[in-house]
Design a protein around this ligand. Structure first.
Ligand code: 0RQ
Length: 506
C-alpha cells in the first residue's frame, strides 16, 4: 500500500501496537481520539488491555489508566480496557455495555460533562496533566502535520496537552477525507477569548490539518480496521409517528412566520429516532437546509444527496456499514458538503445560539413540568451520558426532546410526575414529543405546561394516573407555582424498582 507517513522523522518511529502500549505507565492520563464510534485508535488500546491483563494476573497493585476521549468509542477501546478493569476514570461520554456495567456497579469512575466544555477543562488543568495522547489519523504529511480521521473530537486539545503522542495511521480510512476538516486554533481561556467568527454553518475558520510537534511523537502504529459502523434499525412505528409530529410542527411554525422556509441549522442526536426524523425531513418539501450538529448519521448523507441538505458541519461521522460504503463511493461529493470541526467548536454554545440551531435529542424521561432526564435510568443507573444534548438544548433556538411514551414493554411511563435525574431543566426544554403527540411549552407557565405534556404526550395507560397526581398536587394547598406531592413525586420509580412496573394496581 501507498505510504501514508511522509515525514521522514516519523517514519523512524513506526513500531508495533505492543511496543507503543508498553510506553503507557500505570496511572497515566490518556487522551484518545474517537467520537461516536468513529476515528478511535484501533490497535494500541487492545494491546494495552493485554498488558494490563498480564500485569494483574501476576498480582500486585492493579494497573489502571484514566481514559479521556471525544465521546463514545467501540469495543476495541472502551470494551477491551473495561473488560480487564483497566479504567480508573472515564470521560466524557460512553455507550459501551461493559463500561456501563462497571460504572453502575461502582468499579469505574465516570464523569459526565457537556462535550463542548471538555477541552476547556483540560486547558484549565482540572483533569491533571495529560501524559499521553493516542490519536488515529488518516496520514502524516511531510512536515509532521496530521490528516485527521473520521472524527476530530478533542484531538487538537489532546495533542497540545499531552507530554507524549502515539499516532495510529489507519489505512482503512479513506485518504480522500483530506480537506474535510476545519481545525480552529484561535480558542483561548478567559479573559483572552475572542468571538468565534462563524455566522453560517459552512464557514471555514481554521486549518485543514492538525499541527503536531514531531518531538512529542513517541510511536507511530499502522492499522487497517474499519470504524464501529453500527447498523440502524428501520424506523419503527413510534419513531415514524414522532417524526410526523415534528414535521407538522415545523409546517405550522413556517405558516405562522416563526421559522424560515429553510428552517434553521439542524442539530440531530444519535440513535434511531433522530435518524427517523431525518428520513422524514428528507421526504418532505424541504430544500437546501443546513446542519450544525456533532454527528453525521446515514440520514444526513441521504439528505445531502437529495438536496434536502445543502451542507453539514459536525465533529464526527456515525455511519452504518451501508452508510460508509455510500460515503466512500462518492467522497468527492461529500467532501464539498461536509466540514468536521473540533467538538469545542461543533458544539459551541455561542455559535449554537447565534445560528439559532434546532436541537432534536432523545431522552429517557420528562416530567409534567418539562424537566428532562437524558442519562439516568431510575435516577441512579448511567445509560450513556449527556453528550452534546446540553450544549444544544440550552443554546438552540428550539430544543426538542423525544422518546416513545413508554419503555420496557409499556411498564415504564416516559412522562413521570418528577424526573428521577435532571439533565435539561424546564428552562431549557421547549418542545416534548412522543408518538402520542407534541407539547409546545413555549410561553406556558408550569401548570399549563403540565396539562400540555400530560394531554399531548403521555401514553393512555398512564394519562389518568398523571392527571390524578397533578390534580391532587394542585389541591394540596402547597405552592401553586409548581405543585407537587413531595412524598409521591418519585413513587412511580420506586414502584418500578419494587414490583417491575409503574402501573397502578399491578
Ligand atoms: O434500553 O436497549 O436496554 O432496551 O434506554 O432507549 O428508546 O432505544 O432510545 O437509543 O434514542 O436512546 C436518552 C439513551 C435514548 C439517548 C437516550 C431505555 C430503553 C433502551 C435506549 P434497552 P431507546 P435511544 C448527541 C446527543 C443522551 C446523549 C445525547 C442518549 C435504552 O438519546 O444517550 O442526547 N441521550 N446526545 O429501554 C428506563 C425509561 C427509559 C428507558 C428508555 N424511561 N426508563 N429505561 N429506556 N427510556 C450525540 C452525542 O452526544 C454523542
Amino acid at each position: 500500500t501507498e505510504s501514508r507517513i511522509l515525514c521522514p522523522a516519523l517514519q523512524q518511529r513506526v513500531t508495533t501496537a505492543e511496543a507503543a502500549a508498553a510506553m503507557i505507565p500505570a496511572g497515566a492520563n490518556v487522551g484518545m481520539s474517537g467520537f461516536t464510534g468513529a476515528g478511535y485508535p484501533k490497535a494500541v488500546p487492545g494491546a494495552l488491555a493485554e498488558r494490563i491483563k498480564a500485569h494483574n494476573a501476576a498480582g500486585g497493585k492493579p494497573f489502571r489508566i484514566n481514559v479521556l476521549t471525544g465521546a463514545s468509542t467501540a469495543p476495541e477501546l472502551d470494551g477491551k480496557l473495561a473488560e480487564v478493569d483497566g479504567i480508573e476514570m472515564r470521560l466524557p461520554f460512553q455507550s459501551d455495555p461493559i463500561c456501563r456495567e462497571r460504572i453502575n456497579n461502582g468499579t469505574m469512575n465516570y464523569a459526565d460533562y457537556h462535550l463542548s466544555e471538555v477541552a476547556q477543562y483540560a486547558w484549565s488543568g482540572f483533569f491533571g496533566k495529560m501524559d499521553i495522547a493516542i490519536i488515529e489519523v488518516v496520514g502524516i504529511r511531510e512536515d509532521g502535520s496530521l490528516i485527521p480521521s473520521s472524527s476530530l473530537g478533542n484531538n487538537k486539545t489532546w495533542i497540545e496537552q499531552a507530554d507524549k503522542i502515539i499516532l495510529e495511521v489507519n489505512h482503512k480510512q479513506n485518504a480522500r477525507m483530506e480537506g474535510m476538516h476545519d481545525v480552529y486554533y484561535g480558542a483561548a481561556l478567559p479573559p483572552n477569548r475572542k468571538p468565534i467568527m462563524l455566522t453560517e454553518p459552512g464557514q471555514r475558520i481554521g486549518e485543514l490539518y492538525l499541527r503536531c510537534p514531531i518531538e512529542k511523537v513517541v510511536a507511530v502504529v499502522e492499522t487497517n480496521a474499519a470504524d464501529r459502523n453500527t447498523p440502524f434499525k428501520k424506523p419503527d412505528d413510534a419513531s415514524r409517528k414522532i417524526a410526523e409530529h415534528i414535521l407538522e410542527f415545523f409546517d405550522r411554525e413556517i405558516k405562522l412566520g416563526r421559522l424560515p422556509k429553510g428552517l434553521l441549522p439542524l442539530q440531530s442526536g444519535v440513535g434511531n429516532i433522530p435518524n427517523a426524523v431525518l428520513e422524514a425531513l428528507d421526504s418532505g418539501p424541504y430544500k437546501n437546509l443546513t446542519a450544525y450538529t456533532e454527528v453525521i448519521q446515514d440520514g444526513m448523507l441521504k439528505m445531502l444527496k437529495s438536496g434536502t441538505l445543502a451542507m453539514a458541519s459536525a465533529t464526527a461521522f456515525s455511519l452504518s456499514p451501508e452508510g460508509i460504503e455510500e460515503f466512500d463511493k462518492d467522497i468527492e461529493f461529500y467532501r464539498q458538503k461536509i466540514l468536521l470541526r473540533s467538538q469545542d467548536i461543533s458544539n459551541h454554545p455561542e455559535v449554537a445560539r447565534r445560528l439559532g440551531v434546532i436541537a432534536t435529542n432523545g431522552m429517557i424521561e420528562a416530567d409534567i413540568y418539562g424537566n428532562v432526564n437524558s442519562t439516568h435510568v431510575m435516577g441512579t443507573r448511567m445509560m450513556n451520558g449527556i453528550g452534546g444534548s446540553g450544549d444544544f438544548a440550552r443554546n438552540g433556538y428550539l430544543s426538542i426532546f423525544m422518546s416513545p411514551s413508554t419503555a420496557k414493554d409499556g411498564k415504564i411511563s416516559s412522562i413521570v410526575p418528577m424526573v428521577s435525574h435532571v439533565d435539561h431543566t424546564e428552562h431549557d426544554v421547549k418542545i416534548i414529543v412522543t408518538e402520542q403527540g407534541l407539547a409546545d411549552l413555549r410561553g406556558l407557565a408550569p401548570r399549563q405546561r403540565a396539562l400540555a405534556i400530560i394531554n399531548n404526550c403521555a401514553h393512555p395507560d398512564f394519562k389518568e394516573q398523571l392527571l390524578d397526581y397533578f390534580e391532587r398536587a394542585c389541591a394540596s394547598g402547597r405552592g401553586m407555582h409548581t405543585p407537587h406531592l413531595l412524598n409521591e413525586a418519585l413513587s412511580w420509580h420506586e414502584r418500578f424498582e419494587q414490583i417491575g412496573t409503574m402501573k397502578p394496581n399491578a
